[in-house]
Design a protein around this ligand. Structure first.
Ligand code: NQM
Length: 365
C-alpha cells in the first residue's frame, strides 16, 4: 500500500524560544494513533534532520500545540502540548511547554476562538498536560493581534510585543507535589540532588559535583559522553522517586546543572531536556529552578544563596544565551513552602498560516 497524503490547516508559530505547528483540535485526525501518525509525517520524524517535514531537527523546533474551545467555566481554550521526537517515531504528551504556550493566546484570537477585547486581551488557558491554568495577556490594539513591540527575551533576536504569562496552581503539575520526593535534598549515586516540580519536573544538580564549571556551551556538554551517562543514570533513579515511573522514554524530568550566577542573576543553569542541552531554558523549567532557589536547604538554594526572608521577588535564571526572569511569590506561613504566583514575560510570532501536507505511511498489518 502506498503512503496517503493528508492536508490539514495549521499555523507555524514561534512561541518564546521554541517553534512549532499549531492546530485546531477539530482539524486533526481522530484517535490518538491516527493523530500521531499524521504528526510524525507532518514533522518528518523519524529522521534527525526532519528533512521531509516541518520539524527543525531539534526538540525545540519539533513541537505541536493542539488548541480547542474550552467547556470549563472561566476558561477560554484548552491547550494540549505534544513533543514530536525528531529521531524516533514517537509523540509524547508527558510534559507541558511554556514556550509554545506563549503562542496559544495569539493563535486562539487569530483563529476566532477568543474575541479580542481591549488593547490587551486576557486569554485563560487550560493546560491539558498538567491539568493547570495559565492566563496570557496578548496585545490586541484595534482588535488585532500585534506582534511588533519592544519586549526582548534572550534567545530570540530583536524585539516583539510582550505576552505576560501568569501561572496558577502549577506546583506538583506532573508529580503531585512541589517536592515530589518529600525532601529538599536526596542522595542518588553519591550526588546530592533536589527534585522539584513547579510546572515542570526538574532535578537540580551542582555542576561542580560532575567536575565541570556549569558554564560550558550546550555543544560542549553534549559532547561529554561520561557526563551524559552520569546525568542520565541519576535521571532514571530520580524519575522513579518523583512518581514518574520509568522515564527512559520520557522527556521528563529535565536535568539542570547549576553554578553560581556570573552576570547579576541568582543562579546559572544548563538544562538537559533531557538528552539535548537547551540553548536557553524552558519556561516552566525556569519556573521550577527559580522555585528551587527558594526552598531552604535545596541544592539550588545553596548555590544561589538567597536570603530566607524573601517571599516576593524577581529571580533571574542565567542560561547559555542570557537570562530568564521569573516573578515569584511564595508563602512560608506553614511549614512547607507554597507558591502563590509565578509569572513571566514571553513573546511569540505568527510565522505562517496555511495547510501542512503530510505523507502518512500506510499502516502495517
Ligand atoms: O519548560 C523545553 C522549551 C521547553 C519546554 C523543554 C518549556 C518549559 O524551551 O515550559 O518551555 O524543556 O523541553 O520550549
Amino acid at each position: 500500500m502506498s503512503d496517503v497524503e493528508r492536508i490539514v490547516p495549521c499555523a507555524v508559530m514561534r512561541g518564546g524560544t521554541s517553534k512549532g505547528l499549531y492546530f485546531l483540535a477539530a482539524d486533526l485526525p481522530e484517535g490518538r494513533e491516527e493523530r500521531d501518525r499524521f504528526l510524525l509525517a507532518a514533522m518528518g520524524s523519524p529522521d534527525p534532520r526532519e528533512i521531509d517535514g516541518m520539524g527543525g531537527g531539534h526538540p525545540l523546533t519539533s513541537k505541536v500545540a493542539v488548541v480547542s474551545p474550552s467547556e470549563r467555566p472561566g476558561i477560554d481554550v484548552d491547550y494540549l502540548f505534544l513533543q514530536v521526537w525528531p529521531d524516533r517515531a514517537e509523540v509524547s504528551d508527558q510534559q507541558n511547554c511554556g514556550n509554545i504556550l506563549a503562542g496559544v493566546g495569539p493563535f486562539a484570537i487569530e483563529y476566532g476562538l477568543v474575541p479580542a477585547t481591549n488593547d490587551v486581551t486576557a486569554v485563560r488557558i487550560f493546560m491539558v498536560n498538567t491539568d493547570s491554568i495559565a492566563t496570557a495577556l496578548v496585545q490586541t490594539p484595534g482588535g488585532k493581534v500585534q506582534y511588533a513591540g519592544s519586549a526582548r527575551i534572550d534567545g530570540v533576536p530583536g524585539t516583539h510585543a510582550p505576552i505576560m504569562l501568569d501561572f496558577e496552581d502549577v506546583a506538583g503539575s506532573s508529580t503531585g507535589a512541589l517536592l515530589p520526593t518529600g525532601n529538599a535534598v536526596d542522595l542518588v549515586d553519591g550526588v546530592e540532588i533536589t527534585c522539584i516540580d513547579n510546572g515542570m519536573p526538574v532535578v537540580c544538580l551542582d555542576a561542580a559535583d560532575f567536575g565541570i564549571t556549569g558554564y560550558e556551551t550546550p555543544a560542549e556538554l553534549e559532547a561529554n559522553s561520561l557526563l551524559r551517562e552520569r546525568v542520565e543514570a541519576i535521571r532514571l533513579a530520580a524519575g522513579r522517586r518523583m512518581n514518574l515511573g520509568e522515564v527512559a522514554d520520557k522527556t521528563v524530568p529535565k536535568m539542570s546543572l547549576l553554578a553560581p550566577a556570573r552576570d547579576g542573576g541568582l543562579v546559572s543553569t544548563r538544562m538537559f531536556i533531557p538528552h539535548r542541552v537547551h540553548e536557553s531554558i524552558g519556561v516552566l523549567g525556569a519556573v521550577s529552578v527559580a522555585t528551587a532557589c527558594m526552598v531552604e536547604g535545596s541544592v539550588a538554594a545553596r548555590i544561589a544563596g538567597l536570603p530566607k526572608a524573601a517571599d516576593e521577588l524577581e529571580v533571574a535564571v542565567e542560561h547559555p544565551t542570557g537570562e530568564f526572569t521569573v516573578q515569584m511569590q511564595v508563602d512560608r506561613s506553614s511549614e512547607a513552602l507554597t507558591v502563590a504566583k509565578s509569572a513571566l514575560l514571553r513573546t511569540a510570532r505568527l510565522l505562517m498560516t496555511g495547510e501542512v501536507h503530510a505523507l502518512v505511511p500506510a499502516k502495517e498489518n
